[in-house]
Ligand binder design. Structure first.
Ligand SMILES: [Zn+2]
Length: 648
C-alpha cells in the first residue's frame, strides 16, 4: 500500500547514558541520524532531530558518588562533552533532551498516572534476579548456576535475587496487539533479521513488566507514592515524546509525532521494539514508523568496551583527519545493521584512496586548470558532444539511485554510487586530456566545455554527498564561486548545469591531505586504545604467498638486559643481540615473565618490522609469542643457537 508522503520527518538517537564518556559508538548513531536529517531537508521535509542524555538510575548514582559529585553534577559534566562532540561533528540536532528536565519528568508522571487510572499499571510484588550493572531484571529463562545464583548474560556478573513492592505495566495484555502490529508493519524493525527476532520473542509470551523501584533513589518519583521511583526504561523511552513537545508544546508534538525513525544499537532492541510500542499503545499514541537497529563497531574484531580498554576516542581521530573524514568512514564502511570492524589500515585506506585521491585530487586538479587556463573564470562552454552528454545522463541515473538508497537508509550504498560517479568523472578527464588541449589555441572552446562539464559533475556529486559530508560539500561549492550552499537547494530543484559562465572559481587548499599509519601508531598512547591492539592488527588472517613470507626477516635474538617499563603491568624493555647488532624492543610479556626470567634466553624476533613507539619508547622489532588467555608464552629453543641466525 502506497502511503501519501508526510511533509515532516522526525528522527531520534537513543539518549546516551551519562556514566560513560562519548565514544565512537555514540558518534556512529548520531552521525547516521544527522545524515538522514540533512537528506530529508534536501527533500523539502520539515525535520525534527532529537538526541540527549539518560541521567537517572543506580549506575549514575554510584558513578557520581565515586567521583564525589551529585548525580546531577556528573550528568552536567558529561552533557557538556556530548554537546561539544556533536558541535565538532557538525551534528544538526534540533533539541537535546535531558531526562532530569522538568518537562520530561512531568510528561512521564502524567503518562504514569494515566495508565494507572486505566489499569495498565498496577501495584504488586516483584521477585527476580537483578543485574545491578545493567539495572535490569534478568529474563526468566536464564538458568540458575550450580552455586544457586544467576549470572547476567549481558555482563557476566552475578545477579542478586530481589523482592520488592513494585508497580507493573500490564505488558502481557499487549502480546496480541503487538503481534498484529508487527504483521501489518513488517518493516517496523529493520533490518529484517531483527524483526524476526522480536516477533519470535513476543510469540513466546510476555510477562508484566516491573517499572518502579523502591531501592533506587535517583529517578523520577511515582506521583503520589514517592517511596517508588520510576524504573529507568519507562522513564527513558518517553523522552521520544517529551523531547518533541508532549506536555509542553502540543503544536510541536502534533507536527512531528509519530517518529519516522528511532535509531538504536542492537543491544537495546527489545526495549524499543516491544516495550516502547506497548507503552504507546496503552497511552493511545500512534506508533513510530521504523526502529532502525545498527550494529556495533569492533576494534580489530573485538567489541569495544570500557572494560577492555579498546574504546576509540573520536577526538583522537578527528585531531588527525577531521570530523568529515570520520563521518564518511563510519557511514561508508558498513551497511547499517551489520557490525563494522575498525582498523587503522582500513581507515587510512578510505581517507587516502577515496577522499584524498578520488575526491580531493579531482576537485583540486579541475579547479587548478580553470585557474591556470582561464584565469579562474568559468567560460561559456563549447558545443556539448556525446561524451559530455554521457556524463550528465550518468548523473541522472546516479541521482535516482542515491535517492532510493538514502530513502532506504542504505547510506553506504548511496556513497558507493556517488564514488562510482566520481570515478567516471575522473575517467572523463583522463579520456579528454584537457591538459593537452590547453596547448592548442584553436581548442579553447572545447577545453572550456570539458572543464565546465567536469565542474558540473563535481558540483553534482558533492551535492549528493552533502548529507554525509556537509562541510566538504560547502567548501567545494564555495570554491566554485556558488553563492548558495548545497543545503539550501532542494533535490527537486537541483540542476546538473547549475554553474554559470562568468563565475569566478578559486583553487581550494587540499581537502584531504594523505595520512600515514605511523601518525596513528605514534599517537596511540594519547588515545584510549590499549597499546597492544595496534600491534595485534599487524596479524592478518589472509593466506600469504611464500614470496610474502620471505619478506619477513625472522632472526634468533639473545636477551642481554631486561627491565619493566614503569607504569605498565605488561611491558618489558629488552636489549637484544642480533649477532651483528644490538637492538631495543618493547614486548608485552611482563605478566608472564619477570625481567630475570628472560636475560640470557633466546627467542625469535621479526627484525624488519617497522619501528613503533610504545609508551614513548622505541621498539625496533617484535618477538613471537603465543597468547593464551591474555598471557604471552614465548617459544624458546631446545639448544643454544648463534644470535642473528635466520629462521625460516
Ligand atoms: Zn549484567
Amino acid at each position: 500500500m502506497e502511503k501519501k508522503p508526510k511533509p515532516t520527518f522526525y528522527v531520534t538517537t537513543p539518549i546516551y547514558y551519562v556514566n560513560d564518556i562519548p565514544h565512537i559508538g555514540h558518534a556512529y548513531t548520531t552521525i547516521i541520524a544527522d545524515a538522514l536529517a540533512r537528506y530529508q531537508k534536501l527533500k523539502g521535509k520539515k525535520v525534527f532531530f532529537l538526541t540527549g542524555t539518560d541521567e537517572h538510575g543506580q549506575k549514575i548514582e554510584k558513578a557520581a558518588s565515586e567521583k564525589g559529585l551529585s548525580p546531577k553534577e556528573l550528568a552536567d559534566q558529561v552533557v557538556v562533552r556530548f554537546k561539544k562532540l556533536w558541535q565538532e561533528l557538525n551534528v544538526s540536532y534540533n533539541y537535546f533532551i535531558r531526562t532530569t528536565e522538568k518537562i520530561h519528568q512531568e510528561g512521564v508522571q502524567k503518562i504514569f498516572n494515566q495508565l494507572l487510572d486505566k489499569g495498565d499499571i498496577y501495584k504488586g510484588v516483584y521477585q527476580g534476579w537483578y543485574c545491578i550493572s545493567e539495572e535490569n531484571f534478568l529474563s526468566e529463562d536464564v538458568p540458575v548456576e550450580e552455586d544457586g545464583y544467576k549470572i547476567c548474560p549481558d555482563c557476566g556478573r552475578k545477579a542478586t535475587l530481589l523482592e520488592e513492592e513494585s508497580y507493573f505495566f500490564r505488558l502481557s495484555s499487549y502480546q496480541k496487539p503487538l503481534l498484529d502490529f508487527y504483521s501489518s508493519h513488517p518493516k517496523f524493525v529493520r533490518p529484517q533479521s531483527r524483526m524476526n527476532e522480536v516477533v519470535s520473542f513476543v510469540r513466546h509470551g510476555l510477562k508484566d513488566l516491573s517499572i518502579t523501584r523502591t531501592s533506587v533513589r535517583w529517578g523520577i518519583p511515582v506521583p503520589g507514592d514517592s517511596r517508588h521511583t520510576i524504573y529507568v526504561w519507562f522513564d527513558a523511552l518517553h523522552n521520544y515524546i517529551t523531547g518533541v513537545g508532549y506536555g509542553w508544546n502540543q503544536e510541536l508534538f502534533e507536527t512531528y509525532w509519530p517518529a519516522d525513525v528511532h535509531l538504536i544499537g542492537k543491544d537495546i532492541l527489545r526495549f524499543h521494539a516491544i516495550f516502547w510500542p506497548a507503552f504507546l499503545m496503552a497511552a493511545g499514541f500512534p506508533l513510530p514508523e521504523t526502529v532502525l537497529s545498527h550494529g556495533w563497531w569492533l576494534k580489530d574484531e573485538t567489541k569495544m568496551s570500557k572494560s577492555k580498554g579498546n574504546v576509540l576516542d573520536p577526538y583522537f581521530i578527528m585531531e588527525k583527519v577531521g570530523g568529515e573524514a570520520l563521518r564518511y568512514f563510519l557511514l561508508r564502511e558498513v551497511p547499517i545493521g551489520q557490525d563494522g570492524s575498525f582498523s587503522h589500515e582500513g581507515f587510512i585506506h578510505r581517507i587516502n584512496s577515496d577522499l584524498s585521491n578520488d575526491l580531493g585530487n579531482l576537485v583540486q586538479r579541475t579547479l587548478t586548470m580553470v585557474v591556470n587556463y582561464f584565469s579562474g573564470e568559468l567560460q561559456t562552454p563549447g558545443e556539448e558532444k556525446e561524451l559530455d552528454r554521457q556524463l550528465s545522463s550518468l548523473f541522472e541515473v546516479t541521482r535516482d539511485r542515491v535517492i532510493a538508497f538514502y530513502d532506504d537508509y542504505s547510506i553506504n550504498r548511496a556513497l558507493e554510487e556517488i564514488w562510482a560517479f566520481l570515478n567516471s568523472t575522473n575517467k572523463y578527464l583522463a579520456d579528454n586530456e584537457p591538459w593537452k588541449l590547453a596547448q592548442r589555441i584553436e581548442e579553447r572552446s572545447r577545453l572550456a566545455r570539458i572543464l565546465y562539464q567536469a565542474l558540473c559533475a563535481i558540483r553534482a556529486s558533492s551535492y549528493l554527498l552533502y548529507p554525509v559530508m556537509p562541510e566538504t560539500a560547502e567548501k567545494i561549492w564555495s570554491a566554485m564561486g556558488e553563492d548558495k550552499k548545497p543545503g539550501q537547494v532542494l533535490i527537486t530543484q537541483f540542476n546538473f548545469y547549475g554553474l554559470k559562465p562568468g563565475q569566478k572559481v578559486k583553487k581550494p587548499r587540499a581537502l584531504f591531505p594523505r595520512v600515514e599509519l605511523k601518525e596513528f601508531i605514534g599517537g596511540i598512547k594519547k588515545s584510549t586504545i590499549a597499546e597492544e591492539s595496534s600491534r595485534k592488527q599487524e596479524v592478518k588472517m589472509d593466506l600469504v604467498s611464500f614470496e610474502e613470507f620471505k619478506k619477513m626477516d625472522l632472526r634468533v635474538a639473545k636477551v642481554l638486559t631486561a627491565e619493566r617499563v614503569p607504569g605498565t603491568n605488561k611491558l618489558l624493555k629488552l636489549q637484544i643481540d642480533l649477532g651483528n647488532e644490538q637492538r631495543q624492543i618493547v614486548a608485552g610479556v611482563a605478566e608472564t615473565y619477570s625481567p630475570e626470567d628472560l636475560v640470557g634466553k633466546e627467542f625469535i624476533v621479526i627484525a624488519n618490522l617497522q619501528p613503533a613507539v610504545i609508551r614513548g619508547i622505541e621498539s625496533q622489532g617484535m618477538l613471537l609469542a603465543a597468547e593464551v588467555e591474555g598471557q604471552a608464552i614465548i617459544p624458546f629453543f631446545d639448544r643454544e643457537v648463534p644470535p642473528g641466525t635466520k629462521v625460516k
